[in-house]
Design a protein around this ligand. Structure first.
Ligand SMILES: C[S@@+](CC[C@H](N)C(=O)[O-])C[C@H]1O[C@@H](n2cnc3c(N)ncnc32)[C@H](O)[C@@H]1O
Length: 296
């Protein structure tokens, strides 16, 4: 049977005290435990890292994750660690690996790091720390950015993918989330149904990458089904009787700001059509898509 780590088995007393610039001491939030290389490989592969990515490792240890991303995929990377010794190690490791021009390391607190340019964020922290970071990840990273975490998940923010790697008889979990665009709120657009221009309104309630809601079309109200927001792509469908005919619609489009542009596939009276979809949101109806950590 494989063992699994659910927390770092390190007494609090072994967490280093780090001196700040003004002589203050700052306790590490998580002890230094490096991710084993086969797990690093799985994290980078699951995140689909490429040369176009900027990979941030929050609490970067010896820099192995951003160095791996630069070496194997040609990505650029930033590592941040509270412990200056780790930063010196990371810089030396980056030079030995020949990627010093593609990566940068900073001594600092991960909670204060500006992460907005990251396209991939790597975490090997604790669930409690992930939950503290979660609102910022959802609000500050661009839709389509990926968050990959070793062993620790995000409670009710379900991962988009997960996998297991066994190293020396110990099971390691890897979780991946894709930052969803915020598609919540009231959207309207027009469609021609049986030759008549009809205004459609969809009200979307979104939690993380999932949404539910209703659509009002020509006096009919229907529940939205299978709504999913993957990065900036919004997809949902509904079925209803429209102008007396059974109809099914699939909406798929790219969200930018307060509009969605894409296609509608409709089957009305057994006839299939593909339409252009251009929807607009009332900006005052947009709501946060995350929940407080203790909401369950
Ligand atoms: C479990 S290790 C992970 C190291 C590396 N990411 C890896 O996967 O190999 C956690 C790291 O977070 C750092 N750390 C802990 N609290 C921190 C904080 N508030 N800000 C920045 N780094 C922190 C520790 O020094 C340690 O190097």
């Amino acid at each position: 049977m494989t063992k699994r780590l659910s927390s770092f088995a390190v007494p609090a007393a072994l967490l280093l005290l780090i001196s700040g610039a003004a002589g203050q001491v700052r306790l590490l939030d998580v002890p230094y435990v490096p991710t084993k290389f086969p797990v690093v490989d799985e994290m980078l592969s699951m995140a689909g890292v490429s040369k176009n990515d900027i990979v941030y490792d929050l609490g970067c240890g010896d820099g192995r994750i951003v160095i791996g991303a630069a070496q194997k995929y040609g990505a650029r990377g930033i590592g941040i660690d509270l412990d200056p010794e780790r930063i010196l190690e990371s810089e030396a490791n980056a030079s030995s690996a020949g990627v010093a021009d593609r990566v940068r390391f900073y001594t600092g607190d991960l909670f204060e790091a500006d992460i907005r340019e990251a396209t991939v964020v790597s975490l090997y922290l604790l669930t409690s720390i992930n939950l503290r970071l979660r609102p910022r990840l959802l609000r500050e990273l661009r839709p389509g950015s990926r968050v990959v975490s070793h062993n620790f998940a995000m409670e009710n923010w379900k991962p988009d993918a997960s996998s297991e790697v066994e190293v020396d008889g110990v099971r390691h979990d890897v979780f991946l989330w894709v930052i969803p665009a915020n598609a919540s709120g009231a959207w309207t657009w027009t469609m021609k149904i049986k030759g008549k221009t009809t205004t459609v309104r969809a009200d979307l309630i979104q939690k993380y990458q999932y949404a539910k809601g209703t659509v009002k079309i020509g006096g009919t109200e229907a529940a939205i089904a299978d709504a999913k927001i993957q990065g900036d792509l919004v997809r949902f469908r509904f079925e209803a009787a429209v102008a007396g005919s059974p109809a099914a619609f699939v909406f798929e489009g790219k969200l930018v700001g307060q509009s969605i542009n894409g296609t509608i596939r409709s089957v009305v009276d057994g006839e299939t059509r593909v339409w252009t979809w251009k929807a607009f949101r009332n900006p005052t109806t947009e709501k946060p898509i995350d929940e407080p950590p203790d909401a369950g």
